[in-house]
Design a protein. Structure first.
Length: 248
Protein backbone atom coordinates (compact mmCIF):
# COMPACT_ATOMS: atom_id res chain seq x y z
CA UNK A 1 0.00 0.00 0.00
CA UNK A 2 1.38 3.41 -0.95
CA UNK A 3 2.10 5.97 1.71
CA UNK A 4 -0.57 8.71 1.50
CA UNK A 5 1.95 11.28 2.70
CA UNK A 6 4.08 10.58 -0.38
CA UNK A 7 1.08 11.11 -2.63
CA UNK A 8 0.30 14.41 -0.90
CA UNK A 9 3.92 15.52 -1.28
CA UNK A 10 3.79 14.74 -5.01
CA UNK A 11 0.54 16.70 -5.39
CA UNK A 12 2.03 19.62 -3.46
CA UNK A 13 5.08 19.57 -5.73
CA UNK A 14 3.06 19.25 -8.95
CA UNK A 15 1.22 22.55 -8.49
CA UNK A 16 4.58 24.38 -8.57
CA UNK A 17 5.92 22.76 -11.74
CA UNK A 18 4.21 24.89 -14.40
CA UNK A 19 4.58 28.19 -12.50
CA UNK A 20 8.34 27.64 -12.09
CA UNK A 21 8.88 26.41 -15.66
CA UNK A 22 7.17 29.47 -17.14
CA UNK A 23 7.79 32.31 -14.68
CA UNK A 24 11.56 32.00 -14.44
CA UNK A 25 12.56 31.21 -18.07
CA UNK A 26 10.11 33.68 -19.66
CA UNK A 27 11.50 36.41 -17.42
CA UNK A 28 14.82 35.93 -19.21
CA UNK A 29 13.21 35.62 -22.64
CA UNK A 30 11.61 39.03 -22.11
CA UNK A 31 15.03 40.60 -21.54
CA UNK A 32 16.27 39.11 -24.82
CA UNK A 33 13.18 40.21 -26.76
CA UNK A 34 13.46 43.77 -25.48
CA UNK A 35 17.18 43.90 -26.34
CA UNK A 36 16.45 42.56 -29.86
CA UNK A 37 13.84 45.24 -30.51
CA UNK A 38 16.15 47.94 -29.15
CA UNK A 39 19.11 47.08 -31.36
CA UNK A 40 21.00 44.09 -29.89
CA UNK A 41 20.27 40.76 -31.57
CA UNK A 42 22.74 38.69 -29.50
CA UNK A 43 19.98 36.76 -27.71
CA UNK A 44 18.05 36.35 -30.98
CA UNK A 45 21.07 34.88 -32.73
CA UNK A 46 21.52 32.38 -29.89
CA UNK A 47 17.88 31.25 -29.97
CA UNK A 48 17.08 32.72 -26.56
CA UNK A 49 14.00 34.66 -27.66
CA UNK A 50 11.62 31.77 -27.31
CA UNK A 51 8.49 30.85 -25.36
CA UNK A 52 9.95 27.35 -24.98
CA UNK A 53 11.05 27.14 -21.31
CA UNK A 54 13.58 24.43 -22.15
CA UNK A 55 15.76 27.01 -23.93
CA UNK A 56 16.15 29.02 -20.74
CA UNK A 57 16.27 26.44 -17.95
CA UNK A 58 19.31 26.43 -15.70
CA UNK A 59 19.50 23.03 -13.95
CA UNK A 60 20.36 24.56 -10.59
CA UNK A 61 18.60 27.91 -10.69
CA UNK A 62 15.37 26.83 -12.37
CA UNK A 63 14.93 23.36 -10.88
CA UNK A 64 17.16 22.54 -7.91
CA UNK A 65 17.12 25.90 -6.10
CA UNK A 66 13.30 26.33 -6.14
CA UNK A 67 12.95 22.70 -5.07
CA UNK A 68 15.33 23.19 -2.14
CA UNK A 69 13.41 26.29 -1.07
CA UNK A 70 10.13 24.39 -1.38
CA UNK A 71 11.22 21.34 0.64
CA UNK A 72 10.29 22.77 4.06
CA UNK A 73 6.77 23.46 2.79
CA UNK A 74 6.42 20.10 1.02
CA UNK A 75 7.73 18.06 3.94
CA UNK A 76 6.67 20.05 7.00
CA UNK A 77 3.92 22.38 5.80
CA UNK A 78 5.94 25.50 6.59
CA UNK A 79 5.89 28.57 4.40
CA UNK A 80 8.64 28.94 1.86
CA UNK A 81 10.18 31.89 0.03
CA UNK A 82 10.35 30.53 -3.50
CA UNK A 83 13.00 31.96 -5.78
CA UNK A 84 15.02 30.86 -8.74
CA UNK A 85 16.72 31.99 -11.92
CA UNK A 86 17.21 30.89 -15.51
CA UNK A 87 20.26 31.02 -17.75
CA UNK A 88 20.99 34.74 -18.12
CA UNK A 89 20.15 36.07 -21.56
CA UNK A 90 23.24 37.58 -23.23
CA UNK A 91 22.83 41.29 -23.87
CA UNK A 92 25.48 43.55 -25.44
CA UNK A 93 24.38 46.85 -23.94
CA UNK A 94 26.82 48.73 -26.16
CA UNK A 95 24.82 47.69 -29.23
CA UNK A 96 21.57 49.20 -27.97
CA UNK A 97 20.48 52.25 -29.96
CA UNK A 98 20.20 54.43 -26.86
CA UNK A 99 22.32 52.56 -24.28
CA UNK A 100 21.35 54.49 -21.14
CA UNK A 101 17.61 54.54 -21.82
CA UNK A 102 17.42 51.12 -23.44
CA UNK A 103 19.32 49.44 -20.61
CA UNK A 104 16.47 50.53 -18.32
CA UNK A 105 13.88 49.13 -20.74
CA UNK A 106 15.71 45.82 -21.16
CA UNK A 107 16.06 45.42 -17.38
CA UNK A 108 12.41 46.28 -16.75
CA UNK A 109 11.21 43.77 -19.36
CA UNK A 110 11.75 40.77 -17.07
CA UNK A 111 9.63 41.98 -14.13
CA UNK A 112 7.05 43.27 -16.62
CA UNK A 113 6.78 39.76 -18.09
CA UNK A 114 6.22 38.33 -14.60
CA UNK A 115 3.44 40.82 -13.90
CA UNK A 116 1.86 39.94 -17.27
CA UNK A 117 2.00 36.23 -16.38
CA UNK A 118 0.38 36.99 -13.01
CA UNK A 119 -2.43 38.86 -14.81
CA UNK A 120 -2.95 35.95 -17.24
CA UNK A 121 -3.00 33.46 -14.35
CA UNK A 122 -5.55 35.56 -12.47
CA UNK A 123 -7.69 35.82 -15.60
CA UNK A 124 -7.69 32.04 -15.99
CA UNK A 125 -9.30 31.72 -12.56
CA UNK A 126 -12.57 32.57 -14.30
CA UNK A 127 -12.57 29.18 -16.06
CA UNK A 128 -11.97 27.10 -12.92
CA UNK A 129 -15.67 26.88 -12.03
CA UNK A 130 -16.35 25.12 -15.35
CA UNK A 131 -13.86 22.31 -14.65
CA UNK A 132 -14.58 18.97 -12.93
CA UNK A 133 -13.97 19.04 -9.18
CA UNK A 134 -10.70 17.10 -9.28
CA UNK A 135 -9.28 19.28 -12.06
CA UNK A 136 -10.53 22.53 -10.54
CA UNK A 137 -8.78 21.87 -7.22
CA UNK A 138 -5.41 21.28 -8.90
CA UNK A 139 -5.91 24.19 -11.29
CA UNK A 140 -6.77 26.79 -8.65
CA UNK A 141 -3.75 25.74 -6.59
CA UNK A 142 -1.49 25.99 -9.66
CA UNK A 143 -2.88 29.38 -10.70
CA UNK A 144 -2.55 30.70 -7.14
CA UNK A 145 1.11 29.70 -7.07
CA UNK A 146 1.68 31.14 -10.53
CA UNK A 147 0.35 34.50 -9.37
CA UNK A 148 2.40 34.39 -6.17
CA UNK A 149 5.65 33.26 -7.80
CA UNK A 150 5.43 35.80 -10.60
CA UNK A 151 4.76 38.63 -8.17
CA UNK A 152 7.66 37.53 -5.95
CA UNK A 153 9.98 37.47 -8.97
CA UNK A 154 8.75 40.85 -10.21
CA UNK A 155 9.15 42.58 -6.85
CA UNK A 156 12.36 40.80 -5.82
CA UNK A 157 14.06 41.59 -9.11
CA UNK A 158 13.23 45.27 -8.72
CA UNK A 159 15.30 45.55 -5.54
CA UNK A 160 17.82 48.27 -6.52
CA UNK A 161 20.93 46.14 -6.08
CA UNK A 162 22.95 45.19 -9.18
CA UNK A 163 22.92 42.69 -10.83
CA UNK A 164 19.15 42.51 -10.20
CA UNK A 165 16.96 44.27 -12.75
CA UNK A 166 16.09 46.97 -10.25
CA UNK A 167 19.77 47.70 -9.82
CA UNK A 168 20.23 48.21 -13.56
CA UNK A 169 17.12 50.41 -13.68
CA UNK A 170 18.43 52.48 -10.78
CA UNK A 171 21.85 52.86 -12.42
CA UNK A 172 20.16 54.21 -15.53
CA UNK A 173 17.84 56.59 -13.68
CA UNK A 174 20.28 58.03 -11.17
CA UNK A 175 22.61 60.92 -12.03
CA UNK A 176 25.72 59.48 -13.63
CA UNK A 177 28.04 59.86 -10.59
CA UNK A 178 25.55 58.08 -8.30
CA UNK A 179 24.71 55.50 -10.94
CA UNK A 180 28.40 54.74 -11.41
CA UNK A 181 28.83 54.17 -7.67
CA UNK A 182 25.84 51.86 -7.56
CA UNK A 183 27.08 49.93 -10.60
CA UNK A 184 30.36 49.25 -8.77
CA UNK A 185 28.35 47.15 -6.28
CA UNK A 186 27.57 44.54 -8.95
CA UNK A 187 30.50 42.20 -8.17
CA UNK A 188 29.28 42.05 -4.56
CA UNK A 189 25.57 42.15 -5.36
CA UNK A 190 24.99 38.40 -5.24
CA UNK A 191 26.81 38.16 -1.92
CA UNK A 192 24.54 40.85 -0.49
CA UNK A 193 21.48 38.99 -1.75
CA UNK A 194 22.68 35.66 -0.34
CA UNK A 195 23.17 37.32 3.04
CA UNK A 196 19.60 38.66 2.89
CA UNK A 197 18.13 35.38 1.64
CA UNK A 198 20.08 32.86 3.70
CA UNK A 199 22.67 34.43 5.99
CA UNK A 200 20.41 36.64 8.10
CA UNK A 201 17.66 33.99 8.61
CA UNK A 202 20.25 31.40 9.67
CA UNK A 203 21.93 33.86 12.02
CA UNK A 204 18.54 34.79 13.44
CA UNK A 205 17.70 31.16 14.17
CA UNK A 206 21.07 30.76 15.89
CA UNK A 207 20.64 33.74 18.22
CA UNK A 208 16.86 33.45 18.61
CA UNK A 209 15.97 36.68 16.79
CA UNK A 210 13.82 36.94 13.67
CA UNK A 211 16.20 38.41 11.08
CA UNK A 212 14.28 37.14 8.04
CA UNK A 213 13.57 40.68 6.89
CA UNK A 214 13.35 40.15 3.13
CA UNK A 215 9.83 38.62 3.06
CA UNK A 216 8.59 41.45 5.28
CA UNK A 217 10.02 44.01 2.87
CA UNK A 218 8.53 42.31 -0.18
CA UNK A 219 5.09 41.58 1.26
CA UNK A 220 3.54 45.10 0.99
CA UNK A 221 4.30 45.63 -2.74
CA UNK A 222 3.28 42.01 -3.49
CA UNK A 223 -0.04 42.51 -1.69
CA UNK A 224 -0.58 45.79 -3.55
CA UNK A 225 0.04 44.15 -6.94
CA UNK A 226 -2.14 41.15 -6.04
CA UNK A 227 -5.08 43.36 -5.12
CA UNK A 228 -4.60 45.48 -8.24
CA UNK A 229 -4.48 42.42 -10.51
CA UNK A 230 -7.54 40.63 -9.09
CA UNK A 231 -9.42 43.91 -9.43
CA UNK A 232 -8.18 44.37 -13.00
CA UNK A 233 -9.41 40.94 -14.15
CA UNK A 234 -12.68 41.27 -12.23
CA UNK A 235 -12.40 38.37 -9.79
CA UNK A 236 -15.21 38.07 -7.28
CA UNK A 237 -14.60 38.06 -3.54
CA UNK A 238 -15.28 34.31 -3.52
CA UNK A 239 -12.69 33.72 -6.27
CA UNK A 240 -10.11 35.79 -4.40
CA UNK A 241 -10.84 33.84 -1.22
CA UNK A 242 -10.40 30.58 -3.15
CA UNK A 243 -6.97 31.78 -4.31
CA UNK A 244 -5.96 32.68 -0.78
CA UNK A 245 -7.25 29.34 0.54
CA UNK A 246 -5.30 27.53 -2.19
CA UNK A 247 -2.11 29.14 -0.93
CA UNK A 248 -2.89 28.05 2.63
Amino acid sequence: MSDPSIGETIRSFSVWVLPVLFAIPLHEAAHGFAAWKLGDDTAYQQGRISLNPLRHIDPFGTILLPLLLLLPQLLYGRGAFVFGYAKPVPVNFGRLRHPRRDTILVAAAGPTMNIALAVISAGLVHVVEYLPTVASDWTIKTLARSILLNLILAVFNMIPIPPLDGGRVAVGLLPRPLGYRLAKLEPRGMLILLILLIGLPVLGQTIGVDLNILPRLLEPPIDFLFNAIVGLVGLSNDAVQNLQDALG
